[in-house]
Each structure stands twice: as structure tokens, then as C-alpha cells.
Design a binder for this molecule. Structure first.
Ligand SMILES: Nc1ncnc2c1ncn2[C@@H]1O[C@H](COP(=O)(O)OP(=O)(O)OP(=O)(O)O)[C@@H](O)[C@H]1O
Ligand SMILES: [Mg+2]
Length: 435
């Protein structure tokens, strides 16, 4: 999978055709303080034996590469090579993040990075006839997932998410700040929290209109804590026949994990208001089961249940009672500042785009709506570029969507959240929010 970064580069898995370019990068950057304890020959051998490697390209030209080799549960980062023109722009860490993703997927639990260390030897030693040998600085990172837990996690369809998702949530400062203070920090600093009598939350619900980022927040919290992320999908659990029993089994497996964030999306589907009369085998049984499972889940440390819903008013009141959920947090549509941050994310690399105009034109747009409009504009610009490259000679100086493209996409789109839905949301906040 290729990941496009807002700085304009694109990082993809190493492919055979990249060999010459990567060798060139390794070769030409060795003098720039990027040398490695691994020789070029060792790097080539790792690349040709299909060890994990990623390549960054900008406008089709490789500008950086990172490679590793895996030995059992440990991986060794062999080299991160960056074209000199691209240093100091965050490319090295972007490459490392992408490389780590591949390593984690390969069930690596320790990542080591051996670097030559500069300036360890003084003039004195040199004068005394010593020759300088590269010393090493040994860096190691333990991935929190290894041993038998990895099997349980696989079975639950869970995984460790890449770091950096929290920082990747653009705008939404109000929500971010609240979740950070109430949820993330007490879980990340349990001892300090305990000194103040703060009990870390064990379960929270996020509610708000569609596309405002509830799922994004749940994933970002897991990434921020470095905990594995397990999403329980009622539709998938129900495949096994009895949803209540499947939930019970899933929670029993979850209890075996040392730490975990469990996410249930569209929770109103499994815990709706229990209307009379109950139908046998209906959702009542499921709601009751979940109500019974939450207290047990809450007893463990280092676990967090995050439920998300578009419709908090259709949830069973017993489900929302304090003691089951510590916080009920509204996630609303982005205000101006948030929209500005989100638009800036999608238009990064194009300083000529008038973000203020986009912000003004996209009132009531959810992050998902903005993302969609940005995608449409990018597509229009892409197609125009292809047309130019055809009959006419030479493309426009700077390909990419313009302010007009974005504005046209906004005008052609419709906010998912209607004024009525927003009104309902405001009413829900006064009736239910607990933060
Ligand atoms: N703060 C943000 N900045 C940039 N993009 C965002 C942000 N929040 C959400 N998005 C993008 O908007 C899309 C929808 O977000 P997400 O799925 O988290 O919303 P949701 O509230 O869970 O929606 P639903 O109610 O439909 O499940 C995603 O593609 C996500 O990447
Ligand atoms: Mg969602």
C-alpha cells in the first residue's frame, strides 16, 4: 500500500525495479553522515532477498529509502538513506514509521537500529596514532505485542496501529483536548493519576453526526496509547449464530490481552432501547449480555472500551448509566478553526490555495465531507493533467488542484449533517453529554 504524505512524497513498498535507484541513494548519501554499520553489499542482499523495505518518491523520482532485515522476532533497521535535498523535512521519520508498519505486520517484537556515533573519539587519540573505528550507538524499540497474545489478537481481528494517528487528527482541538485530559493522560500515567485520586476511565462513548471522526478518534487513542486495537463488529459476531454468546466469547478472549482498546461502532444496533414486549432471541438478550460484560471488562487495568454512535437517543438508558460509561463525549462538526486545519491538511503542498475561502464555503461540512470534496478536486486536477499531457505539449507548470477546483467540489457536495440533525445533536448534548 502506498501512503501519500502532505509534504508531497509518496512512500511505497520496495519493488524489484527500485533496486538501482535505492543502491544509488545508499551510495551517494554515505558521506553525508548517513553511513551505516551495514555495507552496501549487505543492503543489496537484503533488498534482493525481499526483506522489508520502503521507498519514498517525489514526482516519480526516488528520494529516500529505508530497509531492514528480520531475524526471528527481531528486526534490524539497516539503513535510512535520504537524498541530500530532502533532509530535515521529516522524511526519515516518515520512512521509519512506514518501515515499522511492515515490521509489525511481520510479527516483529523488537526493532533495533545500530548507528555509527559521531564525535566519540577526541583529537588526542588520533594524534596518538589511533585510527578511528566506527563506534556504535545501539537503539532498540520493543513493540508491545509478542508472545501468545499475538495469537489472541489475530483471532479477534485486532492489531497494533501505527504511531502518529493522534497527531494526524486535524483540527477538532476542543474534542482532542477533552479526550486527552480525561481519557488519554489518566490511562498513560496511571500512577500519577492515582496520586490525585483520579481513576482512569475504562469505557467511554463517542456520539455525534456521521463522518465527524468518531472512528478516527477511537483509532487515534489506541495509537496514542500504543495499545492494540480490537474492533468488535456485531455483523461479524452474529455470523456465528448467537450474537450474545459470540460477545461473551469475544470478551473472554479480550480478557487474555495485557492491554487493549476495544471499539464497538454503531453500538445502537446492539444496545437499542428495550421496548416491550421482548421478542425471544431478539436484541434484548444482546443488550443484557453487553450490560453484564461491561463490569467485568472494567475491572482490568490497561483497557478501554470505546463505543460510538450516531444516535445516542436510541440507546438503552440502562446502557448509558454512570458506572457503565465514564464519559459520554460529543464529537461535533468542525468549527472554522478546525475546518481550516483539516483543509490545510488536504491542500498541503499547495501554498497558493486560498484556505480561508474553502473554510467559508464549507460550513456544516464534516471532516468526511471535506475529505470527499478534496478527493473530487484532486481527481479533477489529475484528469486535467492527463488531458494536457496528451494533445498539447507540456503540462501546466504546477499540477494540482486549485482553489477553484476545491470550491467547485464543495459547491457540488452537500453537507451530510443537516440543520435538523445538528439541532438533534445539540439536544443530545444537553440530555446526555457527560465529560
Ligand atoms: N480531524 C480530521 N481530520 C482529517 N480527516 C478526518 C478527521 N476526522 C475524520 N476525518 C476523515 O473523515 C472520514 C470519516 O471519519 P470517521 O470514519 O472517523 O467518522 P465517524 O464519525 O466514525 O463516521 P460514522 O458516523 O459515519 O461512522 C475518514 O476518512 C477520516 O479520515
Ligand atoms: Mg465510524
Amino acid at each position: 500500500m502506498a501512503t501519500v504524505h502532505s509534504n508531497g512524497w509518496l512512500i511505497h513498498d520496495y519493488r524489484e525495479g527500485d533496486l538501482a535507484a535505492v543502491v544509488h541513494l545508499i551510495d551517494t548519501t554515505a558521506e553525508l553522515g548517513q553511513e551505516s554499520v551495514y555495507s552496501l553489499a549487505e543492503c543489496i542482499s537484503a533488498l534482493t532477498s525481499r526483506q522489508p523495505a520502503v521507498v519514498a518518491v517525489h514526482q516519480g523520482v526516488p528520494i529516500g529509502a529505508a530497509l531492514a532485515h528480520v531475524a526471528g522476532e527481531r528486526a534490524w533497521v539497516m539503513r535510512i538513506a535520504i537524498n541530500s535535498g530532502w533532509r530535515g523535512r521529516g522524511l526519515a521519520s516518515a520512512l521509519l514509521v512506514e518501515l515499522e508498519r511492515r515490521l509489525i505486520a511481520a510479527h516483529v517484537s523488537k526493532i533495533a537500529y545500530v548507528l555509527p556515533e559521531e564525535d566519540l573519539l577526541g583529537e588526542g587519540l588520533l594524534n596518538a596514532g589511533y585510527t578511528r573505528q566506527p563506534a556504535v550507538a545501539y537503539f532498540e524499540k520493543t513493540e508491545p505485542l509478542h508472545g501468545p497474545a499475538a495469537g489472541v489478537l489475530d483471532e479477534l481481528g485486532g492489531r497494533l496501529l501505527p504511531g502518529g494517528l493522534w497527531a494526524g487528527v486535524a483540527g477538532m482541538e476542543r474534542e482532542k483536548d477533552l479526550i486527552e485530559r480525561r481519557v488519554v493522560l489518566p490511562l498513560a500515567e496511571p500512577e500519577r493519576a492515582a496520586q490525585h485520586g483520579v481513576r482512569p476511565p475504562r469505557s467511554i462513548a463517542l456520539f455525534g453526526p456521521p463522518g465527524t471522526g468518531k472512528t478516527t478518534f477511537a483509532r487515534a487513542i489506541a495509537s496514542r496509547l500504543g495499545w492494540p486495537f480490537v474492533e468488535l463488529l456485531p455483523s461479524r459476531l452474529a455470523d456465528e449464530g448467537n450474537l450474545a454468546a459470540a460477545l461473551r466469547t469475544a470478551f473472554a478472549r479480550i480478557a487474555e490481552l495485557e492491554r487493549v482498546l476495544v471499539f464497538i461502532d454503531e453500538v445502537e444496533e446492539i444496545a437499542p432501547v428495550r421496548t416491550e414486549p421482548a421478542r425471544p432471541g431478539g436484541v434484548h438478550g444482546v443488550t443484557n449480555e453487553l450490560l453484564k460484560l461491561i463490569p467485568g471488562f472494567r475491572e482490568g487495568d490497561e483497557r478501554l472500551l470505546v463505543c460510538a454512535t450516531n444516535s445516542i437517543r436510541s440507546l438503552d438508558p440502562a446502557f448509558l448509566r454512570p458506572g457503565r460509561f465514564d464519559y459520554l463525549i460529543p464529537i461535533g462538526t468542525p468549527d472554522e478553526a478546525a475546518r481550516s486545519a483539516i483543509w490545510s491538511r488536504y491542500t498541503a503542498g499547495r501554498p497558493d490555495v486560498d484556505v480561508a475561502a474553502l473554510v467559508a464555503a464549507s460550513e456544516m461540512f464534516s471532516p468526511a465531507d471535506i475529505e470527499h470534496a478534496a478527493r473530487i478536486a484532486a481527481q479533477v486536477s489529475f484528469e486535467r493533467d492527463l488531458e494536457w499531457a496528451g494533445p498539447r505539449s507540456g503540462a501546466p507548470d504546477r499540477p494540482g488542484a486549485t482553489t477553484e477546483d476545491y470550491l467547485a467540489a464543495v459547491a457540488g457536495g452537500r453537507p451530510t449533517v443537516t440543520p435538523e440533525a445538528l439541532e438533534e445533536f445539540e439536544a443530545d448534548i444537553s440530555a446526555h453529554a457527560r465529560a
